[in-house]
Structure formats: C-alpha cells, structure tokens
Write a protein that binds this ligand. Structure first.
Ligand code: IMP
Ligand code: MG
Length: 184
C-alpha cells in the first residue's frame, strides 16, 4: 500500500483534464445517444468492474427506459493480445442469449479487455453487443486499427489517467474528475 500523504500529493499535483461538472455534462450527452439507440431494445447493461462503476452509476439514472443491470469482472493477465488471456472473476448472471448488451467501462485504452468481454458476450449468442466508455484514449496503439467504442463520453490524451472510476495503483477511483498523473 502506498503512503496516504504521497497519494494526496499525487492528486494535488495532477493535471485536472475534466472537472466534475464537465464529466457530468459529457455523461448526460452520451446517455441521450444511448437512449436514442437502445430505449426500445430491453437491453442488458453490464458494468465492467471495477473501473466502470462510477460511470455506470451516473449513466444508469439517465437511461429512462426498461433495462436489466448486471456486472462482469474480468482482467487481462500479462500482455496477452486481443481475445486471449482473459481471467474471469465474475461472469454475467443474466442469460445473454438473444439480448442486446451494453458494456459499460471506464476507458478504452488498447481495447483488448473490452474486445475479449464483447467476444464472450457474442459467444453466448447475444443479439448485439455495444460498448460505452467514459474515456477513449487517443493514440495509435488500439488492438485493432480504428477500434472505437460505440459510445465514448470523452476523449483524452495518451497519459496515465485516474479518477471517476480509473485507478492509480488501486487508488483514487473516487477522485471527482479526470486527472492525469504529473509528468505521465
Ligand atoms: P485496455 O485493455 O488496454 O483497453 O485497458 C484495460 C484496462 O486498463 C481499462 O479498463 C482500465 O482499467 C486500465 N487502464 C487503461 N488505461 C488506464 C489509465 O490511464 N488509467 C487507469 N487505468 C487504465
Ligand atoms: Mg477496467
């Protein structure tokens, strides 16, 4: 565990890339786009733990239509590339066959994790799988060229981000905005 004083200093020195008001406005805008597409589809919304929890929580109350909510918890081990090396800690308990699925996660970085989770949903014969992320990190290292989330609330530069669900070595998922570690 890191020193609490060092962690407070990390936040104090970090660059705030989006303050809470700005993040909330971006979530409201993306909720409208999601609603326009999914309102009639009785979707299953799957929060990807742990990072997706803040975004999913603030998104959910802005989706004013019937939906099922569940979660998945999966992490990639090592540097495995798309489709492989995923370790499941919790599978969805709602049957996905024939359902329209919306995966909600914190960030699309390389995208391997979300691709692997989407593949797993497809293999359960979901009717469709869409992805929503709070942040799409802009760089040229996506798992597939041109890989995008269906819905991205914000785009951010290729820096180490934390807050609003994203962690720095397990900390500051609770930071009330999106921050970049100083110098990274
Ligand atoms: P990907 O498979 O490279 O897209 O990234 C998978 C996971 O890495 C994300 O869901 C996040 O949990 C984590 N991650 C990627 N970039 C960052 C970051 O800048 N800050 C915190 N976590 C990150
Ligand atoms: Mg994550």
């Amino acid at each position: 565990m890191s020193e609490p004083a060092a962690l407070r200093q990390l936040l104090a020195e970090a660059d705030c890339l989006a303050a809470e008001d700005q993040v909330r406005a971006a979530i409201t805008a993306v909720a409208a786009r999601i609603s326009a597409d999914l309102a009639e589809l009785d979707p299953v919304v799957l929060c990807v733990l742990k990072g997706g929890v803040v975004f999913a929580g603030q998104l959910l109350t802005q989706l004013r239509f019937p939906l099922d909510f569940d979660y998945v918890h999966a992490t990639r081990y090592g540097n495995a590339t798309a489709g492989g090396g995923i370790e499941w800690r919790a599978m969805p308990s709602v049957p996905l066959r024939g359902r329209h699925v919306l995966l909600v996660d914190d960030i699309l970085d390389v995208g391997s994790t979300l691709l692997a989770i989407a593949d797993a949903c497809q293999s359960q014969e979901a009717a469709s799988v869409r992805t929503a992320v709070l942040v799409d990190k802009v760089h040229g290292r996506k798992a597939r060229p041109g890989l995008r989330a269906d819905y991205a609330a914000l785009e951010m530069p290729d820096r180490f981000l934390f807050g609003y669900g994203m962690d720095y070595h397990g900390y500051w998922r609770n930071a009330p905005g999106i921050y970049a570690v100083k110098g990274h």
